[in-house]
Design a binder for this molecule. Sequence first.
Ligand code: PLP
Length: 376
Amino acid sequence: MLPFDVYPLWDVEPAYGEGCYLYDKNGVCYLDFYGGHAVISVGHTHPRYVQRIAEQLKRLAFYSNAVQNSLQKQLAERLGAASGYPHFSLFLCNSGAEANENAIKLASFDTKKKKVLAFGKAFHGRTSGAVAVTDNPKIIAPFNATPNVEFVPLNDVEAVEKNLQTGDFCAVIVEGIQGVGGILMPTDTFLQQLRALCDRYDVRLILDEIQSGYGRSGKFFAHQWSGIEPDIITTAKGMGNGFPIGGALISPRFKAVHSMLGTTFGGNHLACAAALAVLEIFEDEHILNNVADMGALLMSELQQLPGVKELRGRGLMIGMEMEKPMGELRSKLLFEHKIFTGAAGTHVIRLLPPLCVGKQQVSELMEALHEVTKRL
Ligand SMILES: Cc1ncc(COP(=O)(O)O)c(C=O)c1O
């Protein structure tokens, strides 16, 4: 048997990693400015992270959600405090799509309605409900296409109201910053207007912070720049620094009913240990401050780069829209300078480094970018 061939692959195989660097089996070093789809938060193989998971593995890797698991309670408490949502509750699952799936289900149970409003260029995952609210017809199978989802342009408040006033919607789902779409920002005013409209029409506001959350924007969640409080916040990626874990942070307005949500693996002992290690490192190493400092440095350096049409984003979630298609630039960065970056469409390079990135790595990237753009 072979792997089902659904991923276009670069011809590189990382064998081990440390901090912001990856190494192949011959010891060739790669600088990671992509974090494996924005997943690496505290750095590859952080010693504390490795130790916490290893210790837990020796004690107990898994038991089901039918027994007490105090690691889940510790994680909920620590995440509530770190994120500024101590009054919310936490439902744990295994991925971003699953977190969104559960958020939509919860909103629908709560309001007893079935339509969801989503936005142009949105990406919310590939499972049934998550893909239905994703604005990419190519990944929506006929089974997943549904009349229960409407899309409107991001930041178009009138279009939102026109839909919500029909009274058919259970939820609006929006990314804190659109990632896959090309680092596109909902404005702070738009998020405030969304909050107000959801209140007016009794619709639940879901903030998908799977890519933009966990410190990536310089605040714990990107929507916190706007000062609003959503009804549900979904998270994954940086939460486990590579260990699969996702979660929905749920406002006190929702009443939990036994069996309304559930999962076998969600919140297992190993995943909780990984997520707790991440939060401990966030605190000890002042990760949010580092994101703010390095994000500002990176943005100001990128402004000096020729050939850039627009720079977007916040903190260490940066989209660099190039005047020309960026494919050659990106592959020269990878194969000649050994630097991983991300892409969105044909013109946008996404920079999503580990949140512990430092000045040394920023200058390595900038040197490479200047060298390559000079030749193109
Ligand atoms: C904003 C957003 N939501 C949801 C997802 C889906 O997460 P997962 O791949 O863990 O299911 C992603 C993944 O890229 C994402 O960027």
